[in-house]
Design a binder for this molecule. Structure first.
Ligand code: GLN
Length: 482
């Protein structure tokens, strides 16, 4: 097995046993990135010298007998909206092109404490707003399975990095599907934990009541291990849960005693491709063979999820992004005439079209006169969606559904049609509104060889069930794109 094919679990074992040096691992991965990332565009920054220096520190620790780290010598790619101290954190925006955070996110501190190596920062749709990574102000990321196609988004760089064998693990953020949808398009495991399971401290905020950081990996165990390392309470995030997620970390393909629900609303939607539907239902059959019971469930309110999300997420974004004013953070225009000119020109120059669209929409739904009609009503619908899931989970343990209505689409295909783009998240958004965990696991390919993802959902803090079920669908290595 080549170094770039190794799982995180295997790398950790080999480094701890002294079989391979962390330095040798990063040298090989950096060489692969140098060779192929010019075409893929997964990374917005890779600091070769810093990566090598960090690997040498890990090797010195191992030589001194300190092999305790649970991610010892394991390279992890980080979405560029997660702060790493003194490393440029751009959010793929002109606004933050030169921003160097003075502190690291909670998840980064956790990774480093376990011996991980941050291999680079990955591309995203600007401020995580988008579904194809085409909204990045910095570069285009291509799907490693077919370079004419998008990798999905907004965590497209992280998903592509794992699929291309640039790193065994990556972190993304998911506000409405930004981990699960690119995982589906790139054929890797991607997971949005229960809201509150992972601290958001140091994640540049988009929709604070929806955002969660989560793992990408090529195996189910690797994804679970990464989540186990990053989850847990944090005093810096008052929404982080006090109880740590219980994760078993070792899985068997045994679904006896578990009941899977198939929501009719998710399978009868217009726009669901027949190939995706067939692959997802074949995966459900594998769950049945592994012992699961399967029955139909109903989620009548999810048809309002996309509309509700684009009110709540934009409202929160408009207020979160108010801080980028040319004074506190980020881009400042040249020679402002007065304070109003400073604010408006800095924002005009710093933000791209999609971000501006969201800010305008968010300000509109929050404005006096429309607040009750839109924002408050959306909050009520959000509660009804969460109630639908609660009712369904009284009957079943896990809900199975497609992760996205189609496989990856071509670069440029939806770029000028925001509504078509918004609809690619039709299956993922409701989990963020309800706060429940969701996982996407590869379950097949379409006739063009593009990956299809199965989405699994469970009730709050039952994240481990998702790893268990995804293991029964796809016990492991989902393969590298090339
Ligand atoms: N695609 C959705 C959006 O554009 C979700 C993005 C995300 O999860 N960050 O808002």
């Amino acid at each position: 097995m080549k170094v770039y094919e190794l799982s995180a679990v295997a790398i950790r074992e080999k480094v701890a046993a002294g079989e391979i040096k962390a330095r040798a691992i990063v040298d090989e991965l950096l060489a692969r990135i140098d060779e192929f990332d010019g075409e893929i565009g997964a990374f917005v920054s890779v600091d070769h010298a810093a990566v090598r220096a960090r690997a040498d520190i890990i090797d010195a620790q191992v030589a001194a007998g300190n092999t305790a780290g649970r991610l010892l010598g394991v390279p992890v790619a980080i979405k560029d909206n997660i702060c790493v101290e003194d490393v440029t954190t751009t959010c793929s925006s002109r606004m933050l092109e030169t921003f160097r955070p003075p502190y690291s996110a909670h998840v980064i501190k956790k990774l480093l404490a376990e011996g991980a190596i941050i291999i680079g920062k990955t591309n995203l749709d600007e401020f995580a707003m988008g579904s194809s990574t085409e909204n990045s102000a910095l570069q285009q990321t291509r799907n490693p399975w077919n370079k004419e196609y998008v990798p999905g988004g907004s965590s497209g760089g992280s998903a592509a990095a794992v699929a291309a064998g640039f790193a065994p693990l990556a972190l993304g953020s998911d506000t409405g599907g930004s981990i699960r949808q690119p995982a589906s398009y790139c054929g890797v495991v991607g997971m949005k934990p229960t809201y509150g399971a992972v601290s958001r401290y140091g994640l540049v905020a988009f929709g604070s009541s929806l955002d969660q950081i989560g793992p990408f990996a090529r195996t189910v165990e690797d994804a679970a291990l990464l989540l186990d390392v990053i989850s847990g309470a944090d005093d810096h995030d008052s929404t982080s849960a006090t109880d740590k997620l219980p994760l078993s970390l070792e899985y068997t393909a045994d679904m006896n005693g578990l009941c899977i629900g198939l929501p009719s609303e998710y399978f009868n939607t217009e726009g669901l491709s027949a190939e995706v539907k067939d692959a997802v239902l074949a995966a459900v059959d594998r769950l049945k063979e592994a012992g699961a019971e399967v029955k139909e469930v109903h989620l009548p309110m999810v048809k309002y999820a996309v509309g509700t999300y684009y009110i709540i997420a934009t409202a929160e974004a408009s207020s979160n992004l108010a801080r980028f004013d040319g004074v506190h953070y980020g881009h400042r225009c040249e020679k402002p005439e007065d304070i109003i000119d400073l604010f408006s020109r800095s924002r005009e120059e710093g933000f791209g079209d999609e971000v501006k669209r969201r800010i305008m929409l968010g300000n509109y739904v929050l404005s006096a006169g429309y607040y009750d009609a839109y924002y408050n009503r959306a909050l009520k619908v959000r509660r009804r969606i969460a109630d639908d899931f609660a009712k369904a989970f009284a009957e079943v343990d896990i809900i199975a559904a497609p992760a996205a209505p189609t496989t990856a689409f071509k670069i440029g295909e939806k770029a000028s049609d925001p509504l078509a783009m918004y609809l690619s998240d039709i299956y993922t958004i409701s989990a963020n509104l309800a706060g429940i965990p969701g996982l996407c696991v590869p379950c097949g390919q379409d006739s063009q060889g593009l990956p299809v993802g199965l989405q699994l959902l469970s009730s709050n803090f039952k994240d481990d069930l998702l790893f268990k079920a995804s293991y029964a669908v796809n016990s492991g290595n989902v393969g590298i794109a090339f």
